[in-house]
Design a protein around this ligand. Sequence first.
Ligand SMILES: [Cu+2]
Length: 491
Amino acid sequence: MEYTRRKFLQTSLGALAGAAAGGLWSVPGWAAGGTKLELTAQESRIDLGRGPAFNAFSFNGQTPGPVIRVREGQELQVILRNRLQRPTTIHWHGQPVPNAMDGVPGVTQAAVPPGGSFTYRFRAHPAGTYFYHSHFGYQLDQGLYGALIVEPARPVGGWDREEVLLLADWVLADGGGMAPVPRRSPMGGMMGGGMMGRGRMGGRGGRGGWSGAPGEPLTEPYYQGYAVNGRLYPHGEPIKVKKGDKVRLRLINASSATTYDLSLAGHRLTVLALDGQDITPKTFDVVRLAMGERVDVEFTADNPGAWLLQAYDTGLGESGLATAVLYQGYEDRPPNRPGFRPGLSLATYWDLAAARPVAHPAGPPQRWYQQVLSGGMHSPYWSINGRMYPDSERLGAAPGEKVRLSYFNRSMIPHPMHLHGHFFRIVNFALPPERWLVKDTAVVEPMRRLDVEFVADNPGLWFHHCHNLYHMEAGMANLVTYAGATPPKET
Ligand SMILES: [Cu+2]
């Protein structure tokens, strides 16, 4: 998805002149004013460019679905039409939408039945990089997701081009992530995990082969490909640059069970934003994205050549996640791979701070919940405080209260914990609270503790869960509740 500064100016001028934005954003169904569109969830033939084509799910016939771009403060209206043979919903990951628009079946709405439709309506706020995805069953691992970009109310320039890169793990078989393919054993959770070690330790495809007893949750599959914007390397669109260009990449990890450590050969990456929220820019060799996280980075095209932006350890070359960055005059050269070697700098939460002071109430929290994350050993189930959704606890909050969650990861793999409807701050005693990172998804590393705090400012019943889809479906979820909030009646 190419998006140049010139195009941006044209669009801004067009909007000033009151012209329809249709066409400029490459969003089918985009109406005048740029706030209304339709997303049809349907079964589609998926061709990632390599490997067999197979049947999985799409929005409007494409996976990822169309990039939705909206201006901060504008109302976004999306009509979801369900042409699947099972229920579905859409969740607006990271956007603090009104509770009824949050898209969690059985919590904020009744799932949209086959043949049915539902209109999502909310004011896009705040600006940043987000995504949307089905929150029903395993549909996230079957192709139902797309990018949601909220442009700042006042345009911020400074980039010659901008690319949205949506990263996804794939099983190349009918049904996608639900296909009857070899899966990691629950013990595999001990070994493989979400980041380093994946692929290499697992062995692709052949080994493992665990399939649960009937009625037990699925464990994660051995993925067969890692796509950037729905294409496997080298079949994707390369990023074409000219010497001197300043390039912004909006990286979105829509994967169900894969964390990426990304590096761009010949360049370093300057991190601009995490989960859509600006940070004080800082430059690294490697940038990590867990499931559900978004990272905005920029680089200056000052090293002409053909280069790969690549994820470590999803496999090298054609088996891994990669996309080419080609300078003018180097379009036909084979791209150089990044050298993953000891001593590279890796962006962690502890190296980064909010770009501007963001008010955070001082003093002790009014509510403080311990959240012990465990499971995966000899069992396909995952839990918080030993309980599995829907039989999990409810974390009560009242409007205006400051709530702290202390995560203790008592397992050997990381869990990217995601809270709906709110941003939280990552507690970091090395920084004053107003500079703590503002995020909606935070990775709790194996056998470690991580604390977050949020202000209860969006009443409702909110899902809180691990964004590894297979952990979520295996119980690792609970609810934040405000007094009086009740789930919708199932139809
Ligand atoms: Cu998890």
